[in-house]
Design a protein around this ligand. Structure first.
Ligand code: ATP
Length: 382
């Protein structure tokens, strides 16, 4: 009996008889993901990314629920209970950008979701894509942004007419937790340095506490060099020499600002991904916002959300699919005409997605040629 299974496995080129069961299980297994399409360019970029993910051959069960102004029209809630229940069920979300009204209106849905699900770490890898001209090639750094407090606490009030107060909340618990996240990431990913970014010379109590927590955590990681830069200096240093940084950890607002600055270093907001990570669940979204200026025009670059989806694939245990898309993406980036306008191309959002899907087909053929030395795959998947 076992001999027969072994022979069948050999005929099917499987390494072990049980491999067949694993391949079979994988073939039929589908990943349940909560999809929040978002608004502005959200629906365009999410549709493009979903198409690319499905073209990998993996099976997904999308639980699609909207949030923000569009959700309000349907459910009379900005974060409908259907969305909360879905994330509690799937533990993984892929989210397009959601517009936050400026200077009034409802509170940021992005911030509320991060708080509601205790997604305390915002992980933002910043890397160049090949063939996109930028001031610096081969930038490779990671921003770790505290996601639940700081000036994003939403605690503002008018003290007397003409005077308002905005509270910046910094706690020992959240500062220690985010610093530990940054150092653990550095240790597990062969990163050599962690810089804490702060303004403790002015905000002596709040940023002072953040810094004390970072220093204390750094002592547990003697193999990693620890540095501290004041936020304004960090901005200048990034523009002058981004290579000096490896992992940067900071509180909420500094993370927001430095992320956009770093996006500019590697070709713009259309390219940079992020993951909101907590102990129980994770939501993957692009660094950029809903870009209302280009919404509905088939102009948006879906690369940032796609790269966020690659982080998601690794998170759900599908690194091979992530690698396949990443290689296809790099292939597409060799041909300027296939790119969207923000990075100098002529293609629309959906044509760009078509090119990535087509390149995935070519990539599979290249894989087949890998044994003859014709394969082009690289091994990094994000
Ligand atoms: P938020 O504060 O909500 O993050 P933001 O102020 O950073 O938003 P965005 O909506 O991200 O603003 O847009 C900033 C600029 O970048 C806009 O001009 C927009 O067109 C451009 N942009 C953002 N995302 C993309 C994208 N995916 N493709 C092309 N251009 C983009």
């Amino acid at each position: 009996m076992f001999g027969e299974r072994k022979r069948k496995a050999r005929r099917a080129k499987l390494a072990h008889p049980d491999e067949g069961v694993r391949v079979y299980a994988k073939f039929f297994m589908s990943h349940k993901i909560t999809l929040i399409p978002g608004d502005g360019i959200g629906s365009e970029v999410s549709q493009a990314v979903v198409r690319i993910l499905e073209a990998t051959g993996l099976k997904f069960e999308w639980e699609t629920v909207q949030a923000g102004a569009e959700a309000y029209e349907k459910y009379h809630e900005y974060i409908p209970k259907e969305l909360t229940e879905s994330i509690e069920r799937t533990h993984v979300g892929l989210k397009g950008p959601i517009t936050t009204p400026v200077g009034g209106g409802f509170a940021s849905i992005n911030v509320q979701l991060r708080k509601q699900f205790e997604l305390y770490a915002n992980f933002r890898p910043v890397r160049n894509l090949p063939h996109i001209p930028t001031r610096y090639p081969d930038v490779d750094l990671v921003i770790v942004r505290e996601n639940t407090e700081g000036l994003y606490s939403g605690l503002e009030h008018e003290v007397v007419p003409g005077v308002v107060e905005s509270l910046k909340i910094i706690t020992e618990k959240a500062s220690t937790r985010i610093s530990r996240f940054a150092f653990e990431y550095a240790r597990n990913n062969q990163r050599k340095k962690v810089h804490a970014v702060h303004k403790a010379n002015i905000m002596k109590l709040s940023d002072g506490l953040f810094l004390r927590c970072s220093r204390k955590v750094s002592k547990e990681y003697p193999e990693i060099t620890y540095g501290e830069h004041i936020v304004d200096n960090a901005c200048m240093q990034l523009v002058m020499n981004p290579y000096q940084y490896d992992v940067m950890v900071m509180e909420n607002l500094y993370g927001d600002i430095l992320s956009d600055l770093c996006a500019g270093l590697v070709g713009g907001l259309g390219l940079v991904p992020s993951a909101n990570l907590g102990d129980g669940c994770a939501i993957f979204e692009a660094v950029h916002g809903s870009a209302p200026d280009i919404a509905g025009k088939n102009l948006a670059n879906p690369t940032a959300l796609l790269r966020s989806a690659l982080l998601m694939l690794r998170h759900i245990g599908e690194p091979a699919a992530a690698l396949k898309i990443r290689n296809a993406l790099e292939m597409v980036y060799r041909d300027r005409d296939k790119l969207t306008k923000d990075v100098g191309g002529k293609a629309g959002t959906s044509q760009f997605a078509d090119s990535v899907i087509e390149a995935m087909g070519a990539e599979s053929l290249a894989d087949a040629g890998a044994t003859t030395g014709k394969g082009t795959s690289s091994t990094r998947a994000d």
